[in-house]
Design a protein around this ligand. Structure first.
Ligand code: IPD
Length: 323
């Protein structure tokens, strides 16, 4: 593993990647021009009838699969690692490459849409949700896992219109699981319907969280204090898997009861929010109020009772906002 601790490594469109990935086959259809209803409507992905954003969602699934193949292949290979907001906030050439791959394909097909991407935002692009159709993308969620070859690694693509999340697509690259949800149409993993658990109390629940990139003593004290309080209530366990999006997919899948975190971003939350809601779950702000995907904090659970109980126990760790 090669570590490059300089602030950033410019890699977009580098010869390394063109050479390195020429044998990757894009999934069929992922790169095609607007077709069918989308073409009739000027290529904005809005179908003439039925589901208004079907073409967009189909494209997202194809791109997540293609990107996932790239990530899976790169997982086993040597990586050039750089850091972002802290020495534990990692980024690799593959993060940049995959984000560029996804956004350029979407921009070609849906030229009027807007984009929020983790790596473009780090590079200075604005992170603002407007009423325009907007794609919210995490090219590799679980970059630290990816660097260490620890399996939970995902590609996450969310889509919002009028600031409302319409669909979410998350691809677990190593387990080859495709999580999808369309507003009002349920949540699925590889076509199988997902349902959250009905656990209402902290006692006996299995809770997931993530650490976030700050490691100063005050932040760690708050982080550990929050864990300690939940464990005092006799939660069965707390797990940290290194990928916020996949942890949230576990809540949607009903294999864990709740998730909370300070320090995640809109690209960690966008797709997963639709998936959890469509699996019957709830997401709120850690203050107990409505979710704001730009606020860098969340509690998600199968029931509102459990989400509120957890929120009541949490002390705030301030990560600012994405916008
Ligand atoms: C991060 C991971 C991590 C979580 C961070 C996320 P990234 O995403 O999900 O587990 O603690 O808050 O931002 O950087 O790997 O895409």
């Amino acid at each position: 593993m090669t570590r490059d601790s300089s602030a950033r490594t410019a890699v977009l469109g580098s010869g390394y990647y063109r050479h390195h990935y020429t044998d990757m086959k894009p999934c069929e259809g992922a790169w095609s021009k607007p077709h069918g209803a989308a073409a009739e409507q000027g290529g904005d992905g809005r179908g003439a009838a039925g589901d208004p954003w079907k073409d967009c969602m189909d494209t997202a699934v194809q791109l997540a699969l293609t990107a996932g193949q790239v990530v899976k292949k790169a997982l086993a290979e040597e990586k050039r690692v750089s850091t972002k907001t802290s020495v534990v906030d990692l980024v690799t050439e593959t993060d940049h490459y995959v984000e560029e791959l996804i956004i350029s394909a979407l921009r070609e097909k849906f030229p009027t849409h807007r984009f929020i991407g983790e790596e473009s935002t780090s590079a200075g692009s604005k992170c603002v949700l407007t009423d325009s159709p907007t794609w919210i993308i995490d090219p590799i969620d679980g970059t630290c896992n990816f660097v260490h070859r620890f399996p939970p690694v995902a590609v996450s693509i969310g889509f919002a219109v009028n600031r409302e999340l319409e669909f979410g697509v998350i691809y677990h690259c190593t387990e080859e699981k495709m999580y999808t949800a369309r507003k009002g149409q349920g949540a699925f993993c590889n076509q199988e319907r997902l349902h959250v658990t009905k656990e209402t109390g902290i006692k006996s629940s299995l809770i997931l969280t993530e650490i976030g990139p700050k490691r100063d003593p005050a932040t760690l004290k708050l982080f550990l204090g929050n864990m300690e309080r939940l464990l005092t209530f006799q939660a069965h366990g707390i797990r940290v898997i290194g990928s916020a999006t996949l942890a949230l997919c576990h809540i949607a899948s009903g294999v864990a009861d709740a998730y909370y975190q300070f320090g995640l971003h809109c690209w960690d939350l966008a797709a997963a929010t639709v998936i959890i809601r469509e699996a019957g779950g709830f997401l709120i702000d850690t203050s107990g109020g409505p979710l704001d995907i730009m606020s860098c904090r969340v509690v998600a659970a199968g029931t509102m009772e459990l989400a509120q109980s957890i929120a009541q126990e949490l002390q705030t760790i301030d990560y600012g906002r994405d916008d």
